[in-house]
Ligand binder design. Structure first.
Ligand code: HEC
Length: 208
């Protein structure tokens, strides 16, 4: 009988310990790491965004590529200014370039125009680019009186949003480049509108 009580008590103690250790601490926190026998795939080399890491497959050691052009950070407001939209607060297009026209701006504009606009609008902007030979229809002649008279903000809007058959170039031309292209389009238009006496004497002498 004594032996039986001893067995019973020790079994009881084991049972109490088991229940306590399995159920007793559920939900309680510990700062100590859990004891891992098999860690499975809990710990792996991995990439955290926008950091450098030895694990990177890129030459610069970055874990990811820089944000895409025009990315707006989460939580930051989209810049609703005439410069970024081509529109004034009342919704009307801005009349003239909101940036200073410099020779750098024109050169940049020419560079971007040659890449992104020339295929359809041609190098001189008359709308007879190479793609028109392959079925691209209704390409606008940028020397049309109507287009000459468009506010700069309207052309900014066409580049940003596209128009009919012309797609948007917002993902290829950042805002500053769009204004640069517009300055170049204006210079193309001027090249046909210019008067003889606006040509410097030295250059005029060489003309036939
Ligand atoms: C894939 C061919 C193509 C490319 C590339 C292209 N355009 Fe156009 N663009 C067109 C077509 C087609 C139209 C006529 C759209 C319409 O039906 O009104 C047009 C119209 C325009 C107009 C007149 C818009 C209006 O209000 O009537 C402007 C200005 C213009 N393009 C500027 C540009 C500039 C600047 C670029 C380079 C960033 C460019 N285009 C690139 C095909 C193109």
């Amino acid at each position: 009988m004594k032996k039986f009580i001893l067995y019973f008590l020790s079994l009881w103690a084991v049972a109490v310990l088991a229940v306590l250790s399995i159920a007793g601490f559920r939900g309680s926190m510990t700062t100590r790491r859990p004891f891992e026998i098999f860690s499975d795939m809990d710990h792996m080399p991995k990439l955290r965004p926008q950091t450098t890491t030895k694990f990177s497959q890129f030459a610069d050691g970055q874990s990811s590529r820089p944000s895409v052009l025009g990315t707006v950070a989460r939580g930051s407001a989209y810049e609703d200014t005439p410069y970024a939209t081509g529109k004034k607060a009342d919704g009307a297009f801005v009349e003239a370039l909101p940036v200073k026209v410099t020779s750098e701006l024109l050169k940049r504009g020419q560079d971007r125009f040659t890449i992104y606009c020339q295929p359809c609008h041609s190098a001189v902007g008359d709308g007879k680019g190479i793609t028109t030979k392959f079925g691209m229809a209704n390409v606008a002649n940028l020397h049309d009186e109507r287009i000459i008279k468009l506010p700069d903000g309207d052309i900014f809007n066409t580049i940003s949003q596209g128009k009919n058959l012309m797609g948007s170039y917002a993902d290829k031309l950042e805002v500053s480049d769009r204004w640069a292209v517009i300055s170049y389009v204006r210079s193309l238009q001027l090249s046909r509108l210019g008067k003889k006496d606006e040509i410097p004497d030295a250059v005029r002498a060489t003309l036939k």
